[in-house]
Every structure is written in C-alpha cells, then in structure tokens.
Design a protein around this ligand. Structure first.
Ligand SMILES: N[C@@H](CCC(=O)N[C@@H](CS)C(=O)NCC(=O)O)C(=O)O
Length: 270
C-alpha cells in the first residue's frame, strides 16, 4: 500500500463504495482499492488474491473501523473516515466541477443535495434486505451475491406503478428533479448526482434484473445518470478498469463482472 494515497476500503463490488470511487476519479484524486473479502459463506475460488469471500479478514477489521461498517476511506494522513454520504460530503467540499464545489456552499442547494442523498438512503436497506445469516437467501441483494438470482417475487409488487411503495419512492425522485437538467439541481453537478449514478447502476445489476425497472417512464432520472456517465473523467476511469473487471468470481447464476456492466453502458463503453 502506498501511504501517500487515499485508500478505499471495501469489498470488490460496486455497493456503497462506488459513489466514492467515482467522486475520487472525478476529482483527479489518486487512490487505491483495499479489497476486503466479502463476508459471505461462499467457497473461495483457488488462486484468487485477495480471496473474494470470507477468510476472517472482516471479523478482524470490523472492530478497528470507526463505525463497524465499510466503506471507509483512509486519508493520506492515516486517518480513517467512514459512512458513504459523509465521505461524499467531505470530498465534495474540496472537489469542483465547472467552477462549482460538488457539495454546494449555499445552504439552499446543500439541503437539496442532502435530501436526494437521504431519500436514496431510505431505499438502500429495502433493496439490500434483511440482515442476519438465516435470512440471507430471502434478501434481494444477498440473493444475487449468493448466485441465486434476482428476487422478482419480492420486487415486482413493490415496483408496481402507482401502488408499490418502492415505485412511489422512485416517482418522488423523478418529480423532484429539475426540468431543465441535465443534473438533479439543473446545470450544476453535485455529489447527489454521483450517488444516484452509482446507486441505479448498482441496483440495476445487484438487485433488479436491469436498470429499466427503475428508469422506464422516469426520463429525468435517466438523463441525470447518463449525464454523469458522459463526463470524460468518469468514462476514462471505467475504461481504464474495464479489463481488470473481467476476471471476477462466478457464483451460481451471478457473474460478479456483470455488477459493473451498467456502469460501462452508462459510460458508452460497450
Ligand atoms: N450507513 C453506512 C452503512 C454501511 C453498511 O451497511 N455497510 C455494510 C456493507 S454495504 C457493512 O459494512 N456490512 C458488514 C457489517 O455490518 O458487518 C454507510 O452508508 O456507509
């Protein structure tokens, strides 16, 4: 590990870390990934270093993280900071795009950015599903992580237009987005756009069979995330890593490489 770099500590999947990776790339901040083996009860494929699945690393690391969770970001000073949205705000206060800080300085814009990020956080645990070993295979995200496919029976009623609770949350999001665009707040990019881009691309592979479940008839959400994928520094980041992501584990019906496919398609890298 290079001590002068930022180090992003997380599993080797997009998950809650991807927004931070994209933001670091957009800010031109050099960082390394410290891929911690995912604490899932799956056999490790031979010869993969680091092993993708549980080898006891997380149990040892967890008590030494600030909040008992990943992602964390190790700063060049050695300080370790945690919590996805807090890390985004921290970085967004010093990273600019087209002369604007990605976490706006004015309180009226900042509350909007926070609201978008908090509403995404309301959706996140529903899509991850219940935690605990005995419930793993009935939780939407864990089902794909364990190679058991997407839980359409769980998701379909909740994503039913006009009646499903999750569908309504995506509709509130669509309604809130500026008409003019291209970004959530209008012409200024913010960390909320980065989080939305990372969330939809991840959920569209890790939870739903595709992004259409969230994007169909929601053109403003789609416009916003496509606009993030169109940013040169973002597409260059995915282009540089594309081949390294072709050799990720395959578990049952899940090829972990597919977890990055939506990011590539949003960056027009197909
Ligand atoms: N509020 C936290 C939630 C983080 C979280 O739940 N992380 C999960 C992985 S996505 C985790 O660390 N799970 C392992 C554990 O809780 O032991 C954030 O937004 O960063």
């Amino acid at each position: 590990m290079n001590e002068n770099l930022h180090i992003l500590n997380y599993w080797n999947i997009p998950g809650r870390a991807e927004s931070i990776r994209v933001l670091l790339a957009l800010g031109g901040i050099k960082f390394e990934n410290n891929f911690v083996p995912l604490p899932l009860p799956l056999e490790n494929p031979e010869g993969m270093i680091p092993p993708p699945f549980d080898d006891g690393t997380w149990a040892n690391l967890k008590p030494n993280t600030p909040w008992g969770t990943l992602p964390t970001l190790t700063l060049p000073s050695g300080e370790i900071i945690g919590q996805q949205r807090s890390i985004l705000r921290y970085l967004g206060k010093s990273i600019k795009y087209s002369d604007d800080y990605l976490y706006p300085e004015n309180p009226e814009s900042a509350i909007l950015v926070d609201s978008y990020m908090d509403m995404l956080e309301d959706i996140w645990p529903i899509l991850v599903g219940l935690n605990g070993p005995e419930q793993l295979d009935s939780a939407p995200l864990y089902s794909t992580l364990l190679g058991l496919g997407t839980l359409d029976d769980f998701l379909s009623p909740r994503m039913k237009k006009d009646s499903g609770d999750l569908s309504m949350q995506f509709d509130f999001l669509e309604k809130a987005i500026s008409d003019d665009g291209p970004f959530l707040l209008g012409s200024s990019l913010s960390i909320a756009d980065i989080l939305l881009f990372a969330a939809i691309a991840w959920w569209g592979a890790g939870v739903f069979p595709d992004m259409g479940w969230m994007l169909d008839s929601r053109p403003k959400i789609e416009r916003s995330i496509r606009s993030v994928g169109d940013i040169d520094k973002v597409s260059e980041y995915y282009n540089d890593l594309k081949s390294s992501r072709e050799s990720l584990p395959v578990v049952g019906s899940t090829n972990y490489s597919d977890y990055y496919e939506n990011f590539h398609s949003l960056c027009n890298l197909d």
